[in-house]
Design a protein around this ligand. Structure first.
Ligand SMILES: [Zn+2]
Ligand SMILES: [Zn+2]
Ligand SMILES: [Zn+2]
Length: 139
């Protein structure tokens, strides 16, 4: 799996470094986590990696398109390594749990704007809000 991450970094001309590999691995195993969780996950295996280094890596990977940053309204920013497939998210209003939802239509953008105001639309950001199974139980 590490060599996969190395290949991903090389494909976008980013130097292969231990912190970058660690962040990609953490996001692969734990999608939709916030910055603090990424730091905790990375430092479990690499205690020498600083908070600032993780911030820098997240920004570099996001800029390079290897990591997607999502920020549901009212929530902290989350990161995931599943990118470029225009999938959407369903968010629990109660506990903040996030799950992936494949696009109902397929291609990006999945929604045709009724009036695009002359913009070239390449993405439709869709967030489904609801109550997750854990939070639904007993209510
Ligand atoms: Zn919930
Ligand atoms: Zn996702
Ligand atoms: Zn869609």
């Amino acid at each position: 799996m590490t060599s996969d991450f190395e290949a991903q970094l090389r494909a976008v001309s980013l130097r292969v470094t231990r912190p970058r590999l660690a962040v990609l691995a953490a996001l692969h195993d734990h999608p939709h986590v916030d910055t603090d969780t990424v730091i905790a996950l990375v430092r479990t295996g690499h205690p020498m990696v600083s908070h600032q280094a993780v911030y820098d890596v997240l920004r570099a990977l996001t800029d390079a398109g290897l990591v997607r940053r999502i920020q549901p309204a009212g929530a902290t920013a989350r990161y995931e390594s599943r990118v470029a497939d225009n999938h959407h998210h369903i968010v629990c209003r109660s506990c903040g749990a996030i799950a992936d939802v494949d696009c109902a239509v397929g291609g990006s953008p999945c929604l045709t704007a009724s009036d695009d105001h002359g913009f070239t639309v390449d993405e439709a950001e869709v967030v489904y809000w609801g109550t997750c199974p854990d939070c639904s139980e007993g209510s």
